[in-house]
Design a protein. Structure first.
Lengths: 576, 167
């Protein structure tokens, strides 16, 4: 059996049904072995970056490991952003890259790059297969490492001569790795201490990160909140850990978090966090973060504990296992004063956008998505669109949010939705993106059309790279440097004033959609939102792009300026 | 508090593992003072001795980050443990007069190290001592012979002590 044939056998043994793959000279043998293969559907995206984001969306939506196959050199380097994106958000991926023959490695051969060297610091494990005899073991190891413990990305680089070489056809069933022992237990003594601390707290909150979603512990988390009566706050990747319309749900924390959530974290006496790494985007000024609270921190990665903030009770464990253990020990406590206090914050500064009669704002669009899509997969791009999605989407009825939380990768939304739809064909899939991010992987519309993947792509078009423009408006004296996407050669290089004379937007997203064979709709007014979604739902064969023309200078609020404590936030646009 | 730290790593003896370990230090902006590596009695395993200067929090992070690397089999913290720790250093002194040579021989006697090679006017000293003692010897020879001194130093290697209780 050739190495390439063993590769295909290994994929089948691992239960791989979809392979995201783009061919090239040094991967051609593996593609040859896949030719005519019935058990594995090979998906051909239009760019390797779209490919890896699609595999990422597939993995996040299904919980299975996403698998990529690309060629050496540029094929491999085009994966880099997607590898970092997935690894940062603990998404299990195995990326196979073709490589020049071993004998040519290091010789600056055509399309040779040291992809293992390039990706070493942005993935969980990267390895070049150096002996045909090792191929089966290395692939087995890759799948095991990617999906176990804190999931992540594994890169397997396979030189062409190893793909071609005849050798053993055996693929191991189990693997032992002496340097890798993912945590498979939970320290009951620590759990007991944590439960006791929570039971005695007067003003406790749960702070839930992406770890709960990754562990698929959403039901357990909801039960834990209800069993203890403790309010729940989430990070951006933690959104959806419990439904956003649950009475115990407070909102998102962070620089665009809700007033109630940020205030509750600032004033709680016990902060019980699960599956978050206390990134700078959620803590605000670190020395004021939850300064009166005892902190309990559960994380699967010991290196995440006590890195950014000092923790009183650390627990290294998988979220699901830890929550299940906690469920047996937490007691329901009536903390009426605290709950009322939080409700008071919610009422005082609810998460609402300022409404101008007759003008469609992003909140209207998000609320329309809430009304129209239940049990859906929603992907976002990065920037204002992502913040509005995480602020206003309810994610009730089992909906799931896929977003690049850690790396913040523009161009993620559309390809991730393609992967999600392939993995969950029975679910409706919605993309929320901006006009900037949409153009970063717009070529993947072709993939969605070719594989007949209906989805609703909501482009919030303000003609700006809005998140940066907002910062420029608020903190850089309206110096809109390189953030206007309508800017042309004729424009003043120091423009800070969008107006009716601005050049027209390119591309025309409706025509663009049509040129791909997809459907395009443009919406200007609030009253036309519903009709657009109705039309999108009728299109069951191809994607529907709805371009929402929103106000050019609308901001995400509230916002905590960098360097401020979490509780010190702008609730409204500052006076000019 | 910032202080000198020592760790010993057992790692897979594979291509790229040194890059992985050193890349982890550079990626996190931790500066390595010395690093040495060689194979062990098991040829599939290499042992590294690494020293760097850090506060307690950074040191904990380094250990955790190393521990979670697939290629790292075991992390041993040498910082406060009784260990034997030695460094190899060669010092060559050129353009020596007869008196210079005599002086170098006297100094090597005092330091308990050897002159291992010698030509008409050049002397080569081999010193296997603690890092600190090597610093002292190197400092002294540079003071005496200035620009005529060339120094080659390896990283330290360490092993746990059997009976001693102080380092």
């Amino acid at each position: 059996m050739t190495g390439a044939e063993l590769f295909v056998k290994a994929l089948k043994a691992e239960g791989v049904r979809h392979l995201f793959a783009y061919p090239g000279g040094q991967a051609i043998d593996m593609f040859n072995a896949l030719y005519g293969e019935k058990d594995i559907e090979v998906i051909l995206p239009r760019h390797e970056q779209g490919l890896v984001h699609a595999a990422d969306g597939y993995a996040r939506a299904t919980g299975k490991t996403g698998v990529c196959l690309v060629t050496s050199g540029p094929g491999a380097t085009n994966l880099v952003t997607g590898i970092a994106t997935a690894n940062y958000d603990s998404v299990p991926l195995v990326c196979f890259t073709g490589q020049v023959p071993l004998g040519l490695m290091g010789n600056d051969a055509f399309q040779e790059v040291d992809i293992v060297g390039i990706t070493r610091n942005i993935c969980k494990y990267a390895v070049t297969v150096r002996k045909r005899a090792d191929l089966g073991t290395v692939i087995k190891k890759a799948f095991y490492i990617a999906a176990s413990g804190k999931p992540g990305v594994v890169v397997v680089d396979i030189p062409k001569n190893i793909q071609q070489e005849e050798g053993s056809s055996s693929y191991p069933e189990k693997i032992e790795i002496r340097g890798y022992k993912p945590n498979a237990s939970v320290h009951m003594g620590q759990i007991k201490k944590a439960a006791d601390m929570l039971n005695q707290a007067k003003r406790p909150v749960f702070l839930i990160g992406g770890g709960v979603n990754i562990a698929r512990a959403n039901d357990e988390m909801k039960r834990l909140a209800e069993a203890s009566g403790v309010p729940v706050i989430t990070t951006v990747p933690g959104k959806g850990a419990i439904p956003a319309d649950h009475p115990l749900y407070v909102g998102n924390i962070g620089i665009h978090g809700s007033y109630a959530a940020n205030s509750a974290v600032s004033e709680c006496d016990v902060l019980f966090s699960i599956g978050t790494r206390f990134n700078d985007r959620i803590t605000g000024r670190i020395d004021t973060f939850a300064k009166n609270a005892k902190i309990i921190h559960i994380d699967i990665d010991s290196a995440s504990i006590s890195r950014n903030i000092v923790v009183d009770i650390p627990i290294v464990a998988d979220a699901k296992r830890a929550i299940s253990a906690l469920l047996e020990r937490v007691e329901y406590k009536d903390r009426e004063d605290w709950i009322l206090h939080i409700d008071e914050w919610k009422k005082r500064h609810p998460l609402r956008m300022k409404k101008t009669e007759g003008i469609m704002n992003p909140e209207d669009i998000m609320r329309a998505i809430n009304r129209n899509y239940k049990n859906a997969v929603i992907t976002t791009d990065v920037g204002q669109n992502q913040m509005w999605a995480t602020q206003f989407l309810d994610l009730d009825g089992g909906s799931k949010l896929l977003t690049s939380g850690g790396l913040g990768t523009m161009g993620y939304g559309l390809p991730a939705a393609i992967g999600a739809k392939l993995g969950c064909p029975e679910k409706e899939v919605v993309v929320v993106c901006g006009d900037g991010g949409m153009q970063m992987n717009v070529q993947e519309l072709a993939t969605a059309v070719c594989y007949e993947l209906p989805m609703t792509v909501c482009i919030l078009n303000n003609g700006y790279l809005g998140n940066v423009r907002q910062w420029q408006e608020m903190f850089y004296n309206r110096r809109y440097s390189s953030t206007c996407l309508r800017r042309r050669k004729c424009c003043d290089s120091a423009c800070s004033d969008p107006n009716a004379e601005c050049p027209p937007y390119v591309p025309d997203f409706v025509k663009l959609a049509e040129s791909y064979g997809a459907k395009g709709i443009r919406v200007f007014k609030e009253e036309d939102i519903q009709a657009a979604f109705d039309e999108a739902k009728l299109n069951s064969k191809t994607p529907t792009i709805i371009e929402f023309i929103i106000e050019r200078e609308v901001n995400v609020l509230p916002i905590v300026p960098v360097g401020n404590p979490l509780s010190d936030m702008y609730l409204e646009d500052p006076e000019v | 508090m910032k202080k000198r730290r020592w760790i010993s790593l057992l790692v897979e003896n594979e291509i790229g593992v040194l890059a992985r370990v050193s890349g982890l230090f550079s990626g996190k902006s931790y500066n390595i003072d010395t690093l040495s590596v060689g194979t062990t009695e098991d040829e599939t395993v290499s042992r590294m001795t690494i020293s760097f200067t850090s506060d307690d929090k950074t040191f904990e992070q380094v250990k955790k980050q190393l521990n979670r690397s697939v290629e790292v089999i075991k992390v041993v913290d040498f910082s406060d443990a009784p260990i034997h720790l030695k460094e190899l250093m060669f010092i060559r002194v050129t353009s020596c007069s007869g008196d210079d040579k005599a002086e170098i021989f006297r100094i090597t006697d005092v330091f308990g190290v050897k002159v291992i090679d010698c030509s008409r006017n050049t002397v080569l000293v081999e010193s296997v001592q603690t890092e600190k003692r090597n610093n002292d010897l190197a400092g002294l020879l540079v003071k005496l012979f200035g620009g005529r001194v060339q120094i080659v130093r390896g990283g330290c290697v360490g092993i746990e002590a059997l009976t001693i209780t102080e380092r």
